[in-house]
Design a protein around this ligand. Structure first.
Ligand SMILES: Cc1cc2nc3c(=O)[nH]c(=O)nc-3n(C[C@H](O)[C@H](O)[C@H](O)COP(=O)(O)OP(=O)(O)OC[C@H]3O[C@@H](n4cnc5c(N)ncnc54)[C@H](O)[C@@H]3O)c2cc1C
Length: 549
């Protein structure tokens, strides 16, 4: 894949965003603030002094993306100017969609009417653009087919929209924090990003895929490689923690939800408002010596791609913060790795009936650590995830499910040596002497001495950097944002937050928890921003003649 000169494209595109600075000044500011963007070590220099006044900063970025997982990476790819076209020889199995694609063959999908294309499509996402993009990239995948994508990608540098992608860890997001020994739920190619086949990458590393499911570590490595090979690195800043995102600028008439497009009239009134410091983004970057360097950035648009794994759900019971109670697989894995649980006769309590809890059961089981497994649901509950996974493809999860069903605790029995399940039980409390109290649905209480407890009952997005923790963005603004029940409310085709203009959200935050579907968010956001940029150009070209464009 070609890697273009970021210096030219950054300077060239910033021209359109500022009427008070020369290209050179803007570029110098960028280099000063962001360090050398050609892959060298990031300088230990604040982007802007924490204390500096807004007026002192000269750079307003068109887009800042918060989160560098697959959502942020895919968005950066498309903002960088990569455009999808219908491949010349491709025939989509959906005849209606295919004829629509033929009509717009000369246009990239980004320049087409996404509402028209996605009309009538059905899939496992409630976001129509997610379903559309998925069916273009993986036609009929849910019917068990492995058809190639009908799209091919071209790099069109003139579409580059300057942006920064900020994330706590390396590019790849949550995939860097998953337990190493487990396999993904999805097939490897479902986690791939546009333009680089996962299988091709694996074979280029001279490794063979043993099956269709892969280790999360492989996916994490693929994402890191993807950022490099697609020439996106200059847009990425890792070890970066966002602590506050606040709105500085509002268009008059904004907030009524009527017209989000740049108002031509407004621009005519005041040219200087072409630099719109809509958002102030504050945070710190962890540098090589471990110190934290604060920064402050300004952006016209912010895209939230922070995923859902940052805040593990708690039981909210007494003793939950005791040191022997963990809330994530990495914590549990680390305790095992350090040998803390080796040779302990007391069992580990694992709480939860999802796949992460099943991973913890397998992990303990494989390390000969006795397990008691408590969950609220009946083993026959049809909504248990195990019921939705084919046995042949997911033998390890079916092994756990089998134990959940057949190795249950009964009042007159003792704990089984390796594994005992407690269906329809909940934890009442944890005690400092490492005991826990379990209660059955009928009210019967039991006390157990533990060597550790692992609570794996889901996780919530953390939008603590936004006002009201971001709750006001949800469908139900009085509740915290959750992937399943209260996602961020967005426009179905632009992914712009319904309750906040120039703020976009994608991935699990809008209910798309699978990589297959979160790519639709990148398409929707890119189309929206590209359309607005085009309108701005048109205005400047027509009304201008004033040297802005
Ligand atoms: C155990 C497990 C197994 C999974 N298996 C599969 C699977 O098989 N197939 C599949 O499709 N999906 C799977 N998923 C879901 C998958 O992880 C998500 O779909 C995907 O990672 C979401 O991508 P994202 O980019 O939106 O968010 P993430 O990958 O979560 O990345 C978001 C990043 O933003 C960072 N961030 C958050 N807040 C801030 C902040 N304030 N400042 C800076 N950075 C911040 C986070 O640290 C994180 O690195 C699995 C998830 C888990 C936990």
């Amino acid at each position: 894949m070609p890697v273009w000169c970021c210096r030219c494209s950054l300077a060239g595109h910033f021209r359109n965003y500022s009427d008070t600075e020369t290209e050179g000044e803007i570029f110098n500011s960028l280099v000063q603030y962001f360090g050398d963007n050609l892959g060298q070590k990031v300088k230990a220099m604040p982007l802007v002094e924490e204390t500096s006044l807004l007026e002192d900063s000269s750079v307003t970025l068109p887009v800042v993306v918060i989160g560098n997982g697959p959502s942020g990476i895919c968005l950066s790819y498309m903002l960088s100017g990569y455009r999808p076209y219908l491949s010349s020889e491709a025939i989509h199995p959906n005849a209606i969609l295919h004829s629509k694609l033929e009509e717009g063959r000369h246009l990239s999908i980004v320049d087409q009417d996404l509402e028209y294309l996605s009309e009538g499509l059905e899939g496992r996402s409630s976001n129509p653009v997610a379903v559309l993009f998925d069916t273009l990239l993986h036609p009929d995948a849910d019917f068990g087919y492995d058809y190639p994508s009908v799209l091919h990608w071209k790099l069109e540098q003139h579409h580059y929209i300057p942006h920064l992608v900020l994330g706590k860890g390396p590019p790849g997001g949550a995939w860097h924090n998953m337990e190493g020994s487990m396999l993904t739920i999805s097939f490897g190619n479902w986690m791939e990003l546009p333009g680089l086949k996962f299988k091709d990458w694996v074979s280029s590393k001279r490794r063979n895929l043993k099956g269709d499911r892969v280790m999360p570590e492989e996916i994490a490595r693929y994402y890191k490689h993807y950022v490099k090979v697609m020439g996106l690195q200059k847009n990425f800043r890792e070890n970066t923690y966002i602590t506050s995102v606040s709105r500085l600028y509002r268009d008059q008439g904004e907030g009524d939800g009527q017209d989000r497009n740049i108002s031509t009239q407004h621009l005519q009134i005041e040219k200087s408002k072409l630099i719109k410091r809509n958002w102030e983004i504050r945070g710190y970057q962890r540098v090589a010596d471990g110190s934290h360097v604060p920064f402050c950035l300004f952006a016209e648009n912010v895209a939230l791609a922070t995923g859902t794994l940052d805040s593990p759900a708690h039981l909210e019971i007494e003793g939950e913060d005791l040191p022997f109670v963990f809330h994530s697989m990495p914590e549990f894995g680390a305790a095992i790795g350090k040998g803390k649980l080796r040779g302990k006769a007391d069992p580990v309590l694992i709480v939860g009936s999802g796949l992460t809890a099943a991973d913890a059961v397998l992990c303990a089981y494989n390390n000969n650590i006795p397990v008691i497994h408590a969950f609220r649901r009946r083993v026959t509950d049809p909504s248990l995830i195990f019921k939705q996974l084919p046995k042949k493809l997911y033998p390890e999860y079916h092994k756990v499910y089998h134990m959940m069903c057949t190795q249950s605790y009964s009042v007159d029995s003792t704990l089984l040596s390796a594994y005992t399940s407690f269906p329809e039980h909940h934890v009442l409390s944890f005690k400092p002497d490492m005991k826990c109290i379990l209660q059955s649905i009928s009210g019967l209480k039991k006390i157990f001495k533990l060597s550790a407890a692992v609570v794996l009952i889901g996780s919530h997005p953390s939008l603590s950097f936004l006002k009201e923790q971001g709750c006001y963005l949800g469908h139900n603004s009085s509740q915290p944002i959750t992937c399943k029940t209260n996602p961020v409310e967005i426009d179905a085709y632009t992914y712009e937050c319904v309750k906040e203009a120039n703020l976009f959200a994608l991935g699990p935050l809008v209910g798309d928890n699978f990589v297959r579907f979160l790519k639709g968010g990148a398409l929707g956001v890119t189309r929206c921003l590209a359309t607005r940029q085009k309108k701005k150009h048109l205005f400047v070209e027509r009304g201008g003649g004033d040297g802005i464009a």
